[in-house]
Design a protein around this ligand. Structure first.
Ligand SMILES: [Mg+2]
Length: 372
């Protein structure tokens, strides 16, 4: 089989602004990559479908660049393509960034083709270790007019209506400080009770000293993990923080390369890796990272678009949690992917038994928001 074309499409829609400790997110956005083959099998990958949307103008030029290198190649050689256009292309495009995010979408599209050609799911091809995985519902962002009451309403909805056994909120907005954020943590714990797992996420906004102050407080409220407390390259600080409390340190959603995770674990810097298959780039590298983590007894709880992370999370025995973006983060996304992925009554999700990734983009909906 040979690749005959690679195409890029971009979509954007209005959404109420939300922010975390490090970033403000305005409109929702999606970048779609289509890979076509001489056998008529078509694969799809994408960037987006999370809160953290990148400017759309940056993606298509990389698709155009990679297209010339992909035509004629075998799409089944997913790891070879990622290696040649990623690792072996560092001198030309740099180690990582938008180039490797686009490469991730291409890798995912090629895995989609591989699954469709072999008439099996990417989940099974990657190992198929679990049929169902536990989810946690992401959210707890900051927003205009959102106080403690609204935050409590949000997490209560996640637990009572979405069957969440675990929820996550943001901390790290400098306007809140440790005192303001700990009021939020306390309010959420009050709202969800002691039996629901609670995680917090600072999106790299803190320094070591503030993180050490936070982690002592978070422990009092039974917080399960403290996600991205520090800038990602502060490897040594991650180790210092991890040793300072029983709260687990989770990070990795911005990990762009196997070596990043290797260095992080060599510094004993994390308990849980939030590998994202649209950042790292793609299923092959993510699986290599997961295999490495298994040897260190470290679990995986992927970050990002749940429809793309599920085949990977459920494929590995140590896929601990799947992050789930609810309507509160983006009202449109619930309709954007088919079939619709919703948590079961016990807070787990079930992997769909379909060839390829198992999910498709709802183009009837997305076409209304096409930019080009
Ligand atoms: Mg995060």
């Amino acid at each position: 089989m040979q690749i005959t074309d690679v195409r890029s499409e971009v979509f954007e829609w209005e959404r109420a602004g939300i922010w975390n400790g490090g970033h403000f997110y305005g409109p929702g956005r999606l970048h779609k990559v289509t890979v076509e083959t001489d056998e008529g099998i078509v694969g799809y990958g994408w960037n987006g479908g999370t809160a953290a949307e990148r400017p759309l103008t940056v993606f298509p030029p990389f698709v155009s660049y990679f297209r010339e290198l992909l035509i004629g190649r075998d799409p089944m050689d997913t790891s070879g393509i990622s290696e040649d256009l990623g690792e072996k292309h560092i001198k030309i495009l740099g180690p990582a960034g938008v180039n490797t995010q686009v490469l991730a979408a291409i890798n995912i599209a090629c895995w989609d083709i591989k699954g469709k050609a072999l008439e099996t799911s990417v989940h099974k091809l990657l190992g198929g270790a679990q049929q169902r995985v536990r989810t946690y519902i992401a959210g707890g962002y900051y927003a205009e007019g959102k106080g403690l009451q609204e935050l409590q309403d949000e997490v209560r909805f996640n637990v009572e209506e979405m069957h969440a056994g675990a929820v996550k909120i943001k901390i790290g907005d400098p306007n809140e400080g440790v005192i303001g954020d700990m009021r939020r943590v306390e309010a959420v714990r009050d709202a969800i009770g002691d039996d629901v797992v609670l995680m917090v996420d600072a999106n790299c906004a803190l320094d070591l000293q503030t993180s050490l102050t936070f982690v002592q407080e978070l422990e009092k409220y039974g917080v399960y993990w403290f996600e991205e407390p520090l800038p990602i390259h502060r490897y040594r600080d991650h180790g210092t923080l991890k040793r300072a409390s029983n709260v687990k340190i989770a990070t990795g959603e911005n990990g762009y390369h196997f070596a990043h995770f290797e260095t992080l674990l060599d510094h004993d810097g994390a308990d849980i890796l939030n590998v994202d298959v649209t950042i790292c780039p793609g299923y092959d590298v993510a699986k290599n990272i997961a295999d490495f983590a298994l040897g260190r007894d470290i679990s995986i709880a992927p970050h990002g678009c749940q429809e793309l992370q599920l085949p990977f999370t459920a494929a590995i025995p140590h896929g601990e949690f799947l992050e789930y973006y609810p309507v509160a983060v983006d009202p449109l996304r619930a309709e954007m992917f088919l079939p619709r992925l919703v948590p079961d009554s016990d807070g787990y999700v079930t992997v769909p038994d379909r060839s390829g990734i198992g999910f498709e983009l709802n183009m009837d909906l997305l076409d209304r928001y096409r930019v080009k």
